[in-house]
Design a protein around this ligand. Structure first.
Ligand code: DI6
Ligand code: FE
Length: 404
C-alpha cells in the first residue's frame, strides 16, 4: 500500500465555506492513500505521524493544485459535424429555423445512426482526450443522437467504454427526449411513449446514471417532459433538464418538483424558476459555449441565481450544433467574460458545483476523505486559469491517486 505525499505546491481546495478565496493553502501538503486524500493542509502543519507513513514523495515544483475538473454536461458521443449549418447561420438562418426544417439535431441523428459502434467511439475519443488534456477527471455524457433503442444503446455503450479506457470517470445520462426522430414526425406523444419504453431496458443493461430531456418549443412540452421524469423516478433515477434555453417554458419549476440534480442553460429562467431551484437544491448549469456559438444576447440571470443561493456549475455542453467545443478551460474564461462570474465562482463551477450537478459527493474539492483526483498547473494564482484564455497550463493529472 502506498501513501504518497505531495509538497512544494499551493492548493486551491475549493472547499465550501472556506475562509480564504479558493480555499487556497499556500505552501501546502497533500497526503494520498488508497486513491483518497488522507490529509491536506499547510506543509508546516503536517503531523509527524502522518508524514512518517509516507512511502513516496512528490515535489510539485511550485505548481498550483486544484481538484480534477468536472465537465457535468456533454454530448460528446456523436458522429459527423455541422459546419455547414454554421455557415447557414452566419448567412442569417436561425438555430430554431434550421431545426424546424429538419436540420439541426436531426442531421446529427442521421450521422450517428449510420456510424458503427467502433466509428462512434473513435470520433468521440478525440473529444474526450481533449477534455482530459485540460485536466478533466470526471465528465457526464448524454445520449440523444440515437433516438431509437439500438442507437441510444450504442451511444451509451460507447460512453461507458470511453470511461473504461481513459483516465476519467464517465457518468451517463439518457437523453432520449432530445428531439423527435423522423419516424415519429408530428407524433411527439407517441415518441414519448417510446422513450418511456426504452428507459427501463437501457437501465437494466446498466447504461443509465441519470435522465435528461429538452423542454423547449422546438422539442418537448412540460407535460411530455414530466412523463419522462415519472419513468425515471419509477426506476429511482435522478433527473436533470435542458430548461429555458430559448424560451421560458417553466421547465425549471417542473424539474425542481422532481428534485432535479440540475437545470441547464437557463438564459430565460424566471424568478419563480430560480426560487423553485433553490428550494429543490438543483444546481444551475451554465453553458457559455452555447450562448457564444448561437450568438445569444439574453444572459442567464446570474444575479438572480446568486440572490437565491442557487449553486452555479459551468460546462462545455460539447455537441455538434450549439457548442462544438471540448475546452473546459475556455468555458472558465467565457463564464467570466460573458456571464460576469468571478474566476472563483467559475472554478467552483467546474469542480465543487459540477460534482453536485452529478450527485457525486466524493469529489470536486480537495479535502480529507475525498477522491484523489487533482491537477497540477503551471500558474501562480487560480484566477490565471480563467484569465489566460486559449492556453493550457496543465502540468500533470492525478486520477484516483495515481499520476496519469
Ligand atoms: N440544447 C443544446 O444546446 C444541445 N442540445 C440541447 O438540447 C444542442 C444539440 C444540437 O444542436 O445538436
Ligand atoms: Fe446540452
Amino acid at each position: 500500500m502506498t501513501v504518497q505525499l505531495w509538497t512544494h505546491c499551493d492548493i486551491a481546495t475549493l472547499q465550501a465555506g472556506h475562509a480564504v478565496p479558493y480555499g487556497l493553502i499556500k505552501d501546502g501538503a497533500l497526503l494520498v492513500e488508497d486513491g483518497q486524500i488522507a490529509w491536506v493542509g499547510r506543509r508546516s502543519g503536517l503531523p509527524a505521524d502522518q508524514a512518517a507513513r509516507c512511502t513516496r514523495e512528490h515535489n510539485a515544483g511550485g505548481a498550483l493544485i486544484t481538484p480534477g475538473l468536472i465537465d457535468c454536461h456533454t454530448h460528446i458521443v456523436y458522429a459527423g459535424d455541422r459546419a455547414q449549418e454554421f455557415e447557414l447561420r452566419l448567412q442569417g438562418a436561425s438555430y430554431e429555423n434550421i431545426a424546424r426544417a429538419g436540420g439541426g439535431i436531426a442531421s446529427t441523428v442521421k450521422a450517428t445512426r449510420a456510424a458503427s459502434e467502433a466509428e462512434l467511439q473513435a470520433q468521440s475519443l478525440k473529444r474526450l482526450q481533449a477534455l482530459i488534456a485540460e485536466g478533466v477527471t470526471t465528465l457526464e455524457i448524454k445520449s440523444g443522437y440515437g433516438l431509437a433503442i439500438e442507437h441510444e444503446r450504442k451511444a451509451l455503450r460507447v460512453a461507458r467504454a470511453l470511461g473504461r479506457s481513459q483516465p476519467a470517470e464517465v457518468r451517463t445520462t439518457f437523453l432520449g427526449a432530445h428531439a423527435i426522430p423522423p419516424e415519429f414526425a408530428g407524433r411527439p406523444d407517441a415518441y414519448i411513449d417510446e422513450v418511456v419504453r426504452m428507459l427501463p431496458l437501457l437501465h437494466a443493461e446498466g447504461l443509465v446514471d441519470a435522465v435528461d430531456a429538452f423542454c423547449e418549443r422546438i422539442a418537448f412540452s412540460a407535460v411530455q417532459t414530466e412523463r419522462v421524469f415519472l419513468a425515471a423516478h419509477a426506476l429511482g433515477l435522478p433527473v436533470k433538464l435542458h430548461a429555458e434555453q430559448l424560451s421560458d417554458s417553466g421547465g425549471a419549476q417542473l424539474a425542481a418538483r422532481y428534485g432535479a440534480l440540475s437545470c441547464d442553460h437557463l438564459e430565460w429562467l424566471s424568478d419563480a424558476g430560480a426560487a423553485a431551484m433553490a428550494q429543490a437544491g438543483s444546481v444551475a448549469v451554465l453553458l457559455p459555449g452555447a450562448f457564444y456559438f448561437l450568438r445569444e444576447t439574453r444572459l442567464p440571470p446570474v444575479a438572480l441565481l446568486r440572490e437565491h443561493g442557487v449553486p452555479m456549475a459551468i460546462s462545455t455542453d460539447c455537441n455538434p450544433g450549439s457548442s462544438p467545443c471540448s475546452s473546459l478551460l475556455l468555458m472558465l474564461s467565457m463564464a467570466c467574460t460573458l456571464f460576469r462570474l468571478t474566476p472563483e465562482e467559475a472554478l467552483a463551477g467546474v469542480t465543487r458545483h459540477a460534482a453536485n450537478a452529478l450527485g457525486l459527493a466524493d469529489r470536486g474539492v480537495i479535502a480529507a476523505g475525498k477522491r484523489a483526483d487533482f491537477v497540477l498547473w503551471d500558474v501562480a494564482h487560480p484566477a490565471q486559469l480563467a484569465y489566460a484564455f486559449g492556453s493550457n497550463p496543465r502540468l500533470q493529472t492525478v486520477f484516483k491517486g495515481d499520476l496519469v
